[in-house]
Design a protein. Sequence first.
Length: 323
Amino acid sequence: MPASDLRAALAGAPDILVTTPKCIRDCLAAGLLQPASISESLEILVLDEADLLLQFGFGDDLKALTPAIPRSCQCLLMSATSSPDVDQLKKLILHNPFVLTLSEVDVKDEVISKNVQQFWISCSASDKLLYVLALLKLELVLKKVLIFTNTIGAGFRLKLFFEKFGIRSAILNAELPQNSRLHILEEFNAGLFDYLIATDDSQTKEKEQANRDKDMDSRKSRKGAKPKIDSEFGVVRGIDFKNVYTVINFDMPSSASGYVHRIGRTGRAYSAGASVSLVSPDEMEIFEEIKSFLGEEDIGTNTIMPFSLLTKDAVESLRYRAE
């Protein structure tokens, strides 16, 4: 946001300010916010998704804010997990904290909305493009559709494949500049296109760590390197996808919790939704883990059912076009 817009927004003395640590630090550095005014007026500070703040490099930004936080301020720190980063953040922000640990949710009834129907299709890895094409061209899934891949390269290949058949889609991944990601998300939420191909954030972080390890070992020149992956970007957490009806797992996630977070992009606010997972033989092990995690012994509760609408004959009728 331009400094002029920030100045105008802050001049109105808002009761609630929703921002990022970096933006606060920038406002302090630019004189748009004064430490004294924060000390005088700040009553409640909420740090959401605290387990990600230090992991994503916001430590220095938070340190710039802490001297201005009054002792009388009520600080709330929310975290999905406990980690050394969270402990460090507690020491930085909180004074004599009271820890409230919520009980685990019932996997069968609450992790995935009962309004979301879950399906799966068994196919070879080499046939996944054909199967996802059949789902879209035969209109067997309702729009809007969010398609997950495990790698950025797979996402680009899928988009190019769709273009051959006149299917308009967009890509969302951590290699794209932030302004491009925001623009794509705005267009998707506005309904300008119905298919969004997203690379899961956990897979992106694993790739980023592998790249860092490789860089440390090789110490080679960065000339001609691929675009830098933005570690602050996440598809599963923190992004507001509007009116997504169908989630397609083009690649299966690496964990059961990853599956749950992906499927959570549909069925929001008690609306209906569906998911379709393409499962290759190599992915059967994680698929069985997911079914076990969801507790499929109770039929009808979080059951992942075979996708019977798509027949082998229908798929084969498109093979000559796909190849």
